[in-house]
Design a binder for this molecule. Structure first.
Ligand code: ZN
Ligand code: ZN
Length: 181
């Protein structure tokens, strides 16, 4: 048996075996480097994964199965995108009566004709029913246009709930400095 082994175990085979072992070691080291780098890019605990990766073969398989699905940079981008979408949505409100999407300066709901905003008698801007003064031209709404306010008051109880959202798009309008006549 040992004779057969020594016959088979030629110097050529020894050299080939050494090459294979060296390649495996290189592959092992590279796999650890890859795991550490990848875990770092994914914002994971890379030092924990470095220890796991020390287990030959099993370590890298475990990492591939359990690693976080997104790179940190992709996750940041996704969060930014969601925040942007939310801001875009905040420019729009919805009709408190029928839920139809309405823009911040809509006066009536285009779907059910529910009054959403009052109009300023002086500058014709859309005003939230809860405001007592026009923020664009400083006209007092309650005193200047009592007919406007008292009539839709009963029907505009609901739109006040949607008002904080609708107001967002308007607050930074630069047209506040019209001189009052
Ligand atoms: Zn409506
Ligand atoms: Zn006004």
């Amino acid at each position: 048996m040992s004779e057969l082994l020594s016959q088979l175990w030629t110097p050529e085979l020894q050299a080939a075996f050494t090459v294979v072992v060296i390649l495996l070691v290189i592959l092992y080291v590279l796999s650890i480097v890859w795991v550490v780098r990848d875990a770092y890019l994914r914002g994971s605990y890379w030092y924990v994964w470095a220890i796991v990766a020390l287990i030959p073969l099993l370590g890298i398989i475990a990492y591939c199965l359990l690693r976080p699905p997104l790179l940190q940079i992709d996750r940041d981008e996704q969060e930014l995108e969601i925040a942007l979408k939310q801001r875009e949505l905040m420019k729009y409100g919805e009709c408190a009566n029928c839920g139809y999407p309405v823009e911040a300066d809509f006066v009536l709901c285009p779907n059910c004709h529910q009054r959403l905003k009052n109009l300023c008698g002086t500058c014709n801007h859309a005003l939230d029913p809860s405001w007592t003064v026009c923020p664009y031209c400083a006209t007092p709404v309650g005193g200047a246009a009592p007919a406007r306010r008292s009539a839709p008051r009963a029907r505009t109880q609901q739109p006040q709930q949607a008002a904080p959202q609708q107001r967002q798009g308007r607050t930074r309008s630069p047209q506040g400095e019209h001189p009052a006549p």
